[in-house]
Ligand binder design. Sequence first.
Ligand SMILES: Cc1cc2nc3c(=O)[nH]c(=O)nc-3n(C[C@H](O)[C@H](O)[C@H](O)COP(=O)(O)OP(=O)(O)OC[C@H]3O[C@@H](n4cnc5c(N)ncnc54)[C@H](O)[C@@H]3O)c2cc1C
Length: 537
Amino acid sequence: MVRPLLASFAGRQFQLLIVGGGINGAGLARDAALRGIPTVLVEQNDFASGTSSKTSKLVHGGLRYLEQGRLSLVFEACRERSRLLRLAGHLVRPQQFLLPVYRGDPRPAWKIRAGLWLYDLLALGRRIAAHRMVSPRAAREREPQLQSEGLQGAALYSDAQMHDARLCLENILDAESLGAVCLNYVRVIGFLHRDGRIAGAALEDQFTRERVEVRAHAVVNTAGPWADAVSRLADQHAAPKLRPTRGIHLIVPRLNRSHPLFSSARQDGRMIFILPWGDYTLIGTTDTDDTQAPEEVAASAEEVDYLLREANRLFPEARLTRESVIMTYAGLRPLAAAAGQASSVSREHLIVEEPSGLITLLGGKFTTYRAMAEELLDVVIDRRGWTVTKRCETATRPLPGHGDRVALEQAGRAALGGTGLAAPAVIHLLETYGTRAVLMADLLRDHAELRERLCEHHPHIAAEVIHARRAEHAEHVSDWYFRRSWMAYSPCRGLDSLDKVMRLWENEGVAREALERQRQAYVEELERAMAWRQAAG
Ligand SMILES: Cc1cc2nc3c(=O)[nH]c(=O)nc-3n(C[C@H](O)[C@H](O)[C@H](O)COP(=O)(O)OP(=O)(O)OC[C@H]3O[C@@H](n4cnc5c(N)ncnc54)[C@H](O)[C@@H]3O)c2cc1C
């Protein structure tokens, strides 16, 4: 994929301009392209580099929203979960969760049972499997390291896990295949107005600093936690509409045998997750008001200690310490402003049209992005009085890599056929790219050296790095390590393979000096993510 010159878009008239390439912008671009609306999406960094790659990786109804009485949110999320399982099966997978109940827990067994009964009911025939309660022994058979003292039983219920950044990327790739222009590393630095109404934007390429103006009949602000800053570009007096809350996650050596765990934290009664994540375990999350710039957000030592304490309570034999933490990440929830405790602020979304005509999306969950995009686009079409004959198709159109077993087997054969690629590598490619794995077949057949693994700690092979550059908008080595793969979130942090990746991209025409700058920026990004360790002393 050759990065187009920004100058080639100078003065272009689009119907829809989307600011922000997280999941909400990406979902909107895909929906708009499917309805035949000439669309441009710009993202100031990499696609999904904001909140959309900092999630708990759950496509879930949101069990804890039941407690807050937000039944319509749970209902909608269960419906979207079912759609994503059907339309993006390679990126969204069902999981059986374990919810242990201990003596003294803030939520007694009867409350958990009642909640799960309602959860199943709200899924209305779309549930993955009905919940059930099991004995302490049965719970420990499933997770032998689980704390036995005080264990009164456990609930088994179903939800789904996802690859967040890749789900966002596939929306972008599909939008592009349908004619939308999607540009990463292009920032909106100001808006154009006509008769006091927004009519386009000034854009800046973040690599070359080249600037152009494009025009659009409607501009939508899906900048997540940056939404207020983008609103202020349209009107410097725009009132803040967000109440961002920070959530952090830890990556530690694998604790779970197979089941993701959901449990009440002893310290404050919040629900926390302990999730299997490849060879590791993901522990999250927190919920703290945070008004700093979204790009500055990082885990604090107190938050790390809080999650370690709760994880050690559930898995005492693990004896996790700060040194056990492999990596941390933090993100800001772009929640709509409301009073009350951070963890009780509604996750429901809000669509606001400002006096300038800028339409801003606030709140919501990753799980419900498709439905939000549909509603948002309907609002834009209605407010602008557009005649659009095509109806929304995203509830039934699969994402690009999705395929049934037969399609995946065919893709596997195509990727394997004559390439000499070992079976585990083929499985890895299919699990990551679904049927899109075939796109690497020619590379693999023609270049034996691209079948090699990048390093001994990861299944990724060299061909993927080329593919990421050519076909998945990876412009910066960070894009590869943090979002096209998850190598950054591992003990080697990808540093073992950095020289190799840089060589591969140099062969693709990227200048050595640019790559050296990227190396430095990547290392600094890793250090920022773990800065709490220095602060903690
Ligand atoms: C800790 C945490 C855990 C979560 N876990 C889950 C979960 O498990 N399941 C779930 O369903 N939801 C979860 N969520 C919620 C979910 O992640 C968010 O609702 C969703 O990712 C928001 O997406 P977005 O596209 O609105 O924002 P973002 O992903 O932040 O995207 C906004 C984008 O706009 C870009 N941008 C900003 N300014 C400009 C500009 N001037 N020009 C161009 N681009 C610009 C930014 O760079 C950014 O990439 C979680 C959230 C957090 C914080």
